[in-house]
Design a protein around this ligand. Structure first.
Ligand SMILES: Cc1cc2nc3c(=O)[nH]c(=O)nc-3n(C[C@H](O)[C@H](O)[C@H](O)COP(=O)(O)OP(=O)(O)OC[C@H]3O[C@@H](n4cnc5c(N)ncnc54)[C@H](O)[C@@H]3O)c2cc1C
Ligand code: FES
Length: 289
């Protein structure tokens, strides 16, 4: 196995906020990032310092890139969809336009695009739908069929911009409280869509429990699954080991791998989904005794 390192194109820079709008439960934020945008692919993320220069919040926060444009009035831009959740994200979403933040990106692995057109199913949970819209555009541009299912606990947490809905062949929405779309979970819809459209590959992004449930369905239907995992990250650049998860490599060996470098996008079948928080038996370097 080759030891992966930080994305070679990653850079650290001040990024000016050029738009910050509340959309449902989230903030859609646009940052001027120069040529950082040129190297960003769907699935990559950025890591942002939060709290300002005198903050006690020393850990950067990771955010999946929603869209990247390499030219326009502001040069390159990167768009994020941020949920004001805890201290760091609340600070970020409260910033006025023209403030700057310290951003590192693009980071991590990105979704793989097949060379031939395929039937793709994109599944997003909560703000996890955001990085799937850029992916949908790419897949459509190379001739693939794209069906999309997005879900959340309630209507305000569904992120589905109009132009994104127009790109895809079909879009289904589920909410657990039934406030919009079908009542239930995204996984309720997958078997039918997989069969109806002969799905070749599932791309997913959302909470770990959702991704694990999708993997079970992918296994049952013999469909490939690329998942963007969201493990807690502290540095985002491969040095702190906060984000390790057990991944089975192509050589068959189980290793604790850094989800910020070997992920966030991974082959779903390589993840040991039911052993989160512990080192599964048989992992390379597993402590004995
Ligand atoms: C790959 C990836 C993509 C993400 N994409 C998005 C996105 O598109 N939109 C979005 O809203 N959120 C996203 N997140 C979640 C985001 O990074 C933050 O976790 C979230 O915003 C909550 O941060 P907070 O500062 O508001 O909450 P807090 O509760 O202040 O902080 C929690 C976060 O800080 C880190 N942390 C805090 N203390 C420690 C500690 N002692 N040790 C280790 N870690 C600690 C953890 O990473 C945890 O996620 C993503 C996370 C990852 C890993
Ligand atoms: S977040 Fe530090 S190694 Fe991955």
């Amino acid at each position: 196995m080759t030891m992966k390192s930080i994305n070679k194109k990653a850079q650290q820079r001040d990024a000016e906020i050029i738009s910050n709008k509340k959309v449902g439960a989230y903030h859609h934020m646009v940052f001027a990032v120069g040529d950082m945008a040129t190297f960003a692919y769907p699935g990559n993320f950025v890591a942002i310092s939060v709290g300002g220069p005198n903050s006690s919040m020393v850990l950067r926060r990771a955010f999946a890139i929603y869209r990247a444009h390499d030219r326009g009035n502001y040069g390159g831009t990167i768009e994020l969809v941020v949920a004001p959740h805890g201290q760091g994200s609340k600070w970020l979403t409260s910033l006025p336009v023209h403030s700057t933040v310290d951003m590192v990106g693009p980071l991590g692995t990105h979704f793989g695009i097949p060379t031939e057109p395929v039937n793709a199913l994109l599944v997003g949970g909560g703000y996890g739908s955001a990085p799937l819209f850029g992916l949908a555009d790419l897949l459509k541009s190379q001739g693939s069929r794209v069906d999309m299912v997005i879900g959340a606990s309630t209507a305000g947490k569904i992120y589905a911009p109009l132009e994104g809905k127009r790109t895809v062949n079909s879009m289904s929405v589920t909410t657990e409280d039934g406030s919009t779309g079908l009542r239930g979970r995204v996984t309720d819809l997958l078997p039918k869509i997989i069969d109806e459209h002969s799905v070749d590959i599932i791309y997913s992004c959302g909470p770990m429990a959702m991704l694990a449930a999708i993997q079970k369905i992918a296994d049952q239907h013999h469909v490939l699954h690329q998942a963007s995992i969201e493990e807690s990250m502290a540095c985002g650049i491969g040095v702190c080991m906060t984000c390790v998860i057990p991944l089975r490599d192509e050589d068959g060996i189980l290793r604790m791998s850094r989800s910020c470098i070997d992920g966030p996008v991974v082959d779903g079948s390589s993840v040991i989904w039911d052993s989160r928080g512990s080192i599964p038996h048989g992992t390379l370097g597993e402590p004995r005794g």
